[in-house]
Design a protein around this ligand. Structure first.
Ligand SMILES: *[C@@H]1O[C@H](CO)[C@@H](O)[C@H](O)[C@H]1NC(C)=O
Ligand SMILES: *[C@@H]1O[C@H](CO)[C@@H](O)[C@H](O)[C@H]1NC(C)=O
Ligand SMILES: *[C@@H]1O[C@H](CO)[C@@H](O)[C@H](O)[C@H]1NC(C)=O
Ligand SMILES: *[C@@H]1O[C@H](CO)[C@@H](O)[C@H](O)[C@H]1NC(C)=O
Ligand SMILES: *[C@@H]1O[C@H](CO)[C@@H](O)[C@H](O)[C@H]1NC(C)=O
Ligand SMILES: *[C@@H]1O[C@H](CO)[C@@H](O)[C@H](O)[C@H]1NC(C)=O
Ligand SMILES: *[C@@H]1O[C@H](CO)[C@@H](O)[C@H](O)[C@H]1NC(C)=O
Length: 186
């Protein structure tokens, strides 16, 4: 049985019992695997930012996101979901100037997409049983942050240096994702 179907089963079980519903421990495990696989893949994309100093830029991380200790696990799921979705979307842009191996990008997309879908299933569950009002407050600044990253790429015509800067930024995002991942506990 795949992890995905285990999660589905667990959710089904919850519907029929009112027991606590999402298997956060399983999600944490899956998220950890995704984090490490994605980091490995990102490392394989070559290029150092040393020759690209002029293209470095401050993407201005949203304030609320700097303080992960304030998160509830539900909020952590939401934030991780947005981050994976946005990173997924970024790497669908034109990276032909980089010489990066298509297979690596493809595998990265698969990893990101799989985990994003798992989180989505959990989020749907959370939305149904709980009543959160913080969504837009949390996710809008985060989406704007990734919008600035995309705008940078676009402004630099998806140049190799622009991508190298973005790759470095995304790699650092995964240290943050690793911290968020620890919030997923039953
Ligand atoms: C991708 O960018 C390169 C230049 O880096 C350009 O030559 C090519 O036409 C672009 N491809 C698409 C589909 O936009
Ligand atoms: C690094 O990228 C360049 C393109 O800029 C490519 O020609 C080269 O094969 C890459 N090296 C490795 C080890 O992937
Ligand atoms: C990309 O990487 C894969 C696996 O490492 C390798 O088999 C393939 O030849 C590479 N493709 C290019 C164009 O370098
Ligand atoms: C991409 O994924 C395939 C299938 O999981 C694997 O065989 C291959 O080695 C991976 N390639 C890279 C470059 O990660
Ligand atoms: C959600 O919370 C608000 C305010 O706490 C409350 O008025 C509303 O009835 C709740 N909605 C649901 C579906 O529980
Ligand atoms: C939250 O975002 C959704 C779309 O993402 C929008 O329809 C809704 O009006 C927003 N709510 C608030 C309070 O801004
Ligand atoms: C992305 O990386 C930067 C650079 O280290 C980091 O400061 C930031 O917290 C990360 N952004 C997010 C949204 O995690």
């Amino acid at each position: 049985m795949t992890n995905q179907s285990i999660l589905r089963l667990a959710l089904l079980f919850c519907f029929s019992t009112t027991a606590s519903c999402i298997n956060y421990n399983l999600l944490r495990l899956q998220q950890r695997n995704c984090n490490s696989a994605c980091q490995d893949l990102l490392w394989q994309l070559n290029g150092t930012s040393q020759n690209c100093l002029k293209d470095r830029t401050d993407f201005k991380v949203p304030e609320g996101i700097r303080q992960p200790q304030q998160f509830q696990k539900e909020e952590a799921i939401l934030v991780i979901h947005v981050m994976l979705q946005q990173i997924f979307a970024l790497f669908r842009r034109n990276f032909s100037s980089t010489g990066w191996n298509d297979t690596i990008i493809k595998n990265l997309s698969v990893e990101l997409g799989q985990q994003r879908d798992r989180l989505e299933t959990a989020l749907e569950e959370i939305m149904e049983e709980e009543n959160f009002t913080w969504q837009n407050m949390t996710t809008l600044p985060l989406k704007n942050y990734y919008f600035r990253i995309w705008r940078h790429l676009k402004a630099k015509s998806y140049s190799r240096c622009a991508w190298i800067v973005v790759r470095a930024e995304i790699l650092r995002n995964f240290s943050f994702l690793a911290r968020l991942t620890d919030y997923l506990r039953n």
